[in-house]
Ligand binder design. Structure first.
Ligand code: ADP
Length: 237
């Protein structure tokens, strides 16, 4: 079988599986970058709760107005707001074969709810990719992060700079510095992660769903590591 045919068959199998793939890790671990790549490789929708909230804020919806001050302080948005938004999204037809979550679940309550929804939709066992990274790397990754306005392509001015300052290599759109990627807010986000999200590592370990990924490695190596895990899960399903 050549590589293209093998890729197609992997995609076919993953489509048939229908399950949630979750990227779990602190802000700056590289969840967004890897989620974009996995989603593309396995042709699954990439669902980022952070992006959903930013979209609501830019459209000035009621939900966006509630989320805005919390996000500006680096605090989590209350579960009941997140859960309604996520459930609506999962009900969309493009999610019937599975999806890649980046930034969700972030609390034990959200994780319980996701499990309930997945059971209800008869999805296969969730795959949780735990992005393991040393804390002192995170500040540099986050303060250096720049995001393309048009399509969310992610750069880092220290580690992965664009060819031209402030311009996306892929689509030429403007690169922006997220308002919560500043040192004062990052401290709050890391605190929220440790207090509210870190317990999910134990939650998913106990359920035998957690796979650890060395997220300190260079981005392509991280993608390869994740692809190996996913291909392994698919092959043994
Ligand atoms: P990061 O993971 O790099 O912190 P995100 O874009 O995922 O960035 O999230 C930005 C902000 O959006 C969070 O700090 C939080 O306020 C809010 N948010 C995103 N996802 C959730 C969630 N699942 N539960 C609660 N708040 C969330």
């Amino acid at each position: 079988m050549d590589a293209a045919t093998a890729d197609q068959s992997v995609i076919g199998m993953l489509r048939g599986l229908g399950r949630a793939v979750i990227l779990l890790g602190p802000p700056g671990a590289g969840k967004g970058t890897q989620a974009q790549r996995i989603a593309q490789r396995y042709r699954l929708p990439h669902l980022s709760t952070g992006d959903m909230f930013r979209d609501h804020i830019s459209r000035d919806t009621e939900l966006g107005r509630k989320a805005k001050p919390l996000m500006a302080r680096g605090e989590l948005v209350p579960d009941e707001i997140v859960l309604g938004m996520v459930e609506d999204r999962i009900e969309q037809p493009d999610c019937t074969n599975g999806f890649v979550f980046d930034g969700f679940p972030r609390t034990l309550n959200q994780a319980d709810d996701l499990e309930r929804i997945c059971k209800q939709h008869r999805f296969g066992a969730t795959i949780v990719l735990h992005m393991v990274v040393q804390k002192d790397l995170l500040m540099r990754r986050l303060t250096g992060r720049r995001i393309c306005l048009a399509n969310g392509h992610i750069y880092n001015i220290y580690e992965r700079p664009p060819k031209q300052d402030g311009v996306c290599d892929v689509d030429g759109s403007e690169l922006i510095h997220r308002q919560d990627d500043t040192e004062s807010v990052i401290g709050g986000r890391l605190h929220a992660y440790e207090q509210q999200t870190q317990p999910l590592v134990e939650y998913y370990t106990q359920r035998g769903l957690l796979e650890s990924v060395d997220a300190m490695a260079e981005a392509d190596a991280v993608t390869e590591c994740i692809a190996k895990i996913l291909d392994g899960v698919i092959a043994s399903a």
